[in-house]
Ligand binder design. Sequence first.
Ligand SMILES: Cc1cc2nc3c(=O)[nH]c(=O)nc-3n(C[C@H](O)[C@H](O)[C@H](O)COP(=O)(O)OP(=O)(O)OC[C@H]3O[C@@H](n4cnc5c(N)ncnc54)[C@H](O)[C@@H]3O)c2cc1C
Length: 402
Amino acid sequence: MGMNNASRLKNKHILISGAGVAGPALAYWLHRRGFTPTIVERAPALRDGGYAVDFRGEAHLTVLDRMGITADVRREQTNMGAMSYVNEAGRKISSMPADLFSGDVEILRGDLGRILHRVTEEHVEYVFDDSIVSVTEDDRGVQVTFERSAPRRFDLVVGADGLHSAVRGAVFGPESRFVKEMGLYCAIFTTANHLGLDHTGHLYNTPGKVVGVYSARNNTEAKAMFHFGSPPLDYDRRDVGQQKKILAEAFAGNGWETPRLLKAMWDAQDFYFDSISQVRMDGWSRGRTVLLGDAAYCASPLSGMGTGLAMVGAYVLAGELAAADGDHLVGFARYEEAMRDYVAGCQKSADGVGKWMVPDSRFLAWFMTQNYKLLPYLPWKGMIAKSVRRTADAITLKDYGL
Ligand SMILES: Cc1cc2nc3c(=O)[nH]c(=O)nc-3n(C[C@H](O)[C@H](O)[C@H](O)COP(=O)(O)OP(=O)(O)OC[C@H]3O[C@@H](n4cnc5c(N)ncnc54)[C@H](O)[C@@H]3O)c2cc1C
């Protein structure tokens, strides 16, 4: 589709690590531009879970439109209203207006993942339950070894495997050089909507901790969400039991609905736990390997931009690679050039947000609650929303001959 250079196209066989958001979005565009992508995902099936992610502004919406998935995303959007801060007894103290935080369209990460899988599965080979172990480059391509599958050759490799990217680790160096923790941890899982919330959520904060619950999937279930301040923790990323224990300890003795939520946590099937971090790298490619999305430039959930960034990055990477007839040196360099400033802006938008989302003192918590009470009447409400939108819009997307 849209290809007039199919015969000149080089480097057609591309291995993508990660079937989150960036990986399937890239596979979609690579296929449309004449390449043959394969995706390897470590999880045994598509990963559900996580909270809602937002698309805001022209650039994000243009990519959804050009992928033809705007209607699907809108059909499954969360339609959340205002979120409320509550006191220990569950009584509302103040509300955060919905239009400030949820972008133009908000969808659960898992639902977005399913849409992206649906529009790619016909043309893209998915290999679940496996992971890249090593990538060895020679002048004609790359030899890749896996944990389970037999070694295979590809022309190019893309690391779209998230914050703790295996591809980044294998080709660029240890995570500690690139991942900057921001002093907060976050956990999310699905639970029963026992508070009977109707397209809304309740948040309860104590110094250095926020626990929340909000309804999802038209109130048929709820998401429990925990944030807490902590220096870097040492734990096994594959040991969910250990992570649950860390969370239970961090919130032991916390009031409101916390004990009930923690009890439900032990049965949660989609428990997600991670540090809130950014990824900063001087370059996103090395030879025939390139990084995309969180693996290359995680902006953190505090930015509210991570998913849009991954989708825009996928569009630009595939577009530039095709425009260079598959020449990876040219295509990867142009991808980086097109994305650098945009990424910097999105990462910057996370500055200071942590302090304000998880206040570390009683005074700050009180101040923030008061602020939300007044916010609807304050002139900066519009300014904040506008500035977030400006950041999300700060890239001009070429059409790459669509
Ligand atoms: C389960 C889950 C829940 C999330 N919840 C939230 C949330 O609530 N809020 C938020 O802001 N962000 C969340 N994120 C991160 C968010 O999805 C990303 O910031 C954003 O969408 C960018 O997407 P990505 O594809 O670059 O990374 P991700 O969405 O993180 O996807 C990376 C994918 O790579 C896979 N992977 C990891 N290691 C390997 C490996 N060695 N080999 C193969 N595959 C591998 C992962 O299983 C995952 O499917 C979550 C991510 C996951 C995986």
